[in-house]
Design a protein around this ligand. Structure first.
Ligand code: HEM
Ligand code: FPP
Length: 302
């Protein structure tokens, strides 16, 4: 009798090892989650001018991080069969068979419960409810819409724009014009960001049956136009969080407008020459734009 057979009979998902931890981290889509948390820190910095309580900062980041981890793991649970059809996602823990679907579901339910409770008890109800709204829109509306209509991006962008507002309200900010400006910048930013990805991954998306803009309109003209529109609308939206007339706000307005014009130029280049090179450039520009905008906003716009 071979002991090897016994070893092989143990599901890989029950083996405890560092790679198990890596799989749980992967379930949370760490890069998107980290940038979301950075936006929350920027929102909180603007509201408090760094006169913040370390406990509230910790509770906000942990609570929002757990909600984002939950949203992402439940998205992976719901999309495990479709993820198996895309080269970009086939090696994720669920489609690759390294984790049982039930484990991801339990992780997703546990993290949303703990994250929401932490935000209610350690921060405030407004922030907790904004987090729950973001979670609900992503898991229960955006995820099922992905296979139905390209309007899914509109809903995903609402979800992705809420964490910066959560940071703002966690720091005591009201749901005012500044909050609206922060929301709109994040919302609009996602159009150029995602239209570049939608172009680069269009074959994958088509293979899995996702109705992204580049799948239903494969020339990419519509995706390009949406990227330019999102970028152009950022010009007025980026000015909203700093409607003041003093010198530092003017510096912010000039710098933010320059960044935004460069971003719009990258979107326009993609619209004109729709190829992988221009899409990659636009994606890179989007990932530079957001941190640059947040730094300028925190230094001069508050
Ligand atoms: C409609 C909304 C969004 C969609 C559909 C979307 C989709 C995606 C996809 C599919 C990727 C992977 C690209 C690849 O593997 O090459 C990606 C990358 C990324 N996204 Fe988004 N995203 C959205 C919004 C956001 C938001 C709100 C943030 C954070 C504030 C964000 C941050 C990132 C980052 C940091 C990366 C780079 C990850 C890496 O280097 O692999 N995204 N996005
Ligand atoms: C606090 C809280 C709840 C934050 C939620 C943050 C969050 C998950 C934002 C969504 C951003 C988004 C639409 C990503 C794309 O997912 P996708 O499903 O298109 O990506 P994929 O194809 O890589 O799975």
């Amino acid at each position: 009798m071979s002991t090897g057979a016994t070893t092989l009979a143990i599901p890989r998902s029950q083996v405890t090892s560092p790679s198990r931890l890596r799989d749980f981290v992967e379930l949370a889509k760490p890069r998107i989650t980290i940038l979301e948390l950075v936006t929350a820190v920027a929102g909180m910095y603007l509201a408090t001018h760094a006169q913040w309580s370390p406990l509230v900062v910790g509770a906000t980041l942990l609570g929002a991080g757990l909600l984002a981890a939950s949203a992402n793991s439940l998205n992976m649970y719901l999309e495990r069969r479709l993820d198996a059809k895309m080269t970009r996602t086939a090696d994720r823990p669920l489609p690759a068979g390294r984790m049982a679907p039930a484990e991801a579901a339990v992780f997703g339910v546990a993290t949303v419960s703990i994250g929401f409770t932490l935000l209610v008890l350690g921060v405030n109800w407004t922030t907790a409810l904004l987090g729950l709204a973001s979670w609900f829109l992503y898991v229960a509306v955006y995820t099922p819409l992905k296979t139905r209509t390209p309007l899914n991006t509109f809903v995903g962008a609402i979800s992705g724009a809420l964490p910066i507002v959560m940071g703002w309200t966690a720091g005591g900010g009201a749901l005012d014009a500044t909050a609206l400006g922060l929301f709109l910048v994040l919302f609009l930013w996602q159009y150029p960001h995602f239209m570049a990805i939608a172009w680069l991954c269009k074959d994958d998306y088509a293979a899995a049956g996702y109705k992204m803009d580049t799948v239903v309109e494969p020339t990419g003209a519509r995706a390009g136009a949406l990227a330019v529109a999102g970028g152009a609308l950022l010009l007025p939206a980026a000015l909203l969080p700093a409607i003041r007339t003093d010198y530092s706000a003017q510096t912010y307005a000039v710098l933010a407008s320059l960044f935004t014009l460069a971003f719009v130029a990258a979107a326009a280049a993609f619209l004109v020459r729709r190829n992988d090179r221009s899409a990659r450039l636009l994606l890179r520009a989007s990932l530079l734009y957001l941190p640059a905008w947040m730094v300028v906003l925190c230094l001069f716009g508050s």
